[in-house]
Design a protein around this ligand. Structure first.
Ligand code: SF4
Ligand code: SF4
Length: 313
């Protein structure tokens, strides 16, 4: 058993491509000439740091099921990560064929599979998730849930929903769908950057009614449901923000080996290091890691005002 303290929270993209072109996504949409961190480098330079990883999400800004060595990567993470710890994967679900579903369920290192679904009807979903087919993704999710149940795998399945003006009304229907398919939970999040700080009164009323109905439905059907608070401009101004809600020691790992802090203030100094060029001890004692720690330990309006992680009670 590894005695190193596990404290890193990693958001990992080992490849930077995606097979879709979603309406709300940025420049990565439909990127086909993806960069991929080579397997040999993942094995020798990156996998060993999983001894220090407390949790991770595979897939941050890209589609992880396009990674050519997905099974091997999960196996290597399991080999190094402490046995009681688990991470998660987030995917658009379009490439979740049976063989891939089995790889995820049997990896032993994933506690949750998250699938991004931004609509409960084919029309809404396909208008947003351009290039995806609703019926096919639903079939993929149903098969994943069935394999999970039949195999007795201790892996949760979750829908991840970006709330937008053209899809918020379908949330209660999505809860029904989740329950029918065997999906355990639905989480919603705000559309960035537009709705992160505040929304207008009319949208707040409409979105809150839909979220409340979804929450009631979820309670009735036994689906876990999580949604953020929405604020109008005046509510946002009155909100006393004084806490950093980012995971401490939270970093994005990209396909070129860079570790970039989740802290927006610390990001101004660039990555804390590069796993292909430095060992983890060097990175943890670097000036940029010290700067990151100092930012995250001192949240305040002057550095955090525009940060999505800045909040309060
Ligand atoms: S699936 Fe995710 S990464 Fe791909 S285009 Fe859609 S939002 Fe962007
Ligand atoms: S900018 Fe502030 S709130 Fe945001 S992650 Fe850094 S310390 Fe936390």
């Amino acid at each position: 058993m590894n005695a190193l303290p596990a404290h890193l929270h990693l958001f990992i993209d080992l490849n930077d491509g995606c097979n879709l072109k979603c309406s709300m996504c940025g420049p990565r949409a439909n990127l086909r000439d993806q960069k991929v961190l080579p397997l040999e480098l993942f094995k020798s330079r990156v996998a060993p740091i999983f001894a220090r990883v407390a949790d991770f999400q595979l897939g941050c800004a890209c589609e992880p099921l396009m990674l050519p060595y997905l099974g091997e990567a999960l196996g290597l993470m399991r080999q190094h990560m402490q046995p009681h710890l688990r991470g998660q994967i987030i995917t658009n679900g379009t490439l979740l064929k049976e063989e891939t579903a089995r790889i995820l369920l049997e990896s032993g290192v994933l506690g949750k599979v998250r699938i991004s679904i931004d609509g409960a009807t084919a029309q809404t979903y396909e208008d947003i998730r351009k290039g995806a087919r609703f019926a096919k993704v639903m079939d993929n999710v149903a098969r994943l849930c069935e394999l999970r149940t039949k195999g007795g795998h201790d892996v949760l399945v979750e829908f991840n929903y970006t709330v937008m003006r053209n899809n918020y009304a379908e949330l209660p229907r999505l809860i029904h769908l989740a329950s029918k398919l065997g999906v355990d939970s639905v989480t919603t999040h705000k559309l960035a950057p537009f709705d992160l700080r505040f929304i207008d009164e009319a949208f707040k009323r409409a979105v809150t009614a839909s979220l409340d109905e979804a929450a009631d439905m979820a309670k009735l059907l036994g689906v876990a449901f999580l949604s953020p608070d929405y604020r109008t401009e005046s509510e946002f101004a009155a909100w006393e923000r004084n806490a950093c809600l980012a995971p401490r020691d939270g970093f994005r790992l990209d396909p070129e080996g860079f570790l970039t802090p989740q802290c927006h203030a610390a990001q101004k100094n660039g990555p804390v290091g590069n796993l292909l060029l430095q060992n983890v001890e060097e990175i943890l004692s670097s000036g940029n890691f010290g700067h990151y720690r100092s930012c995250i330990d001192h949240p305040g309006l002057s550095q955090c005002d525009l940060c999505l992680h800045f909040g309060g009670a």
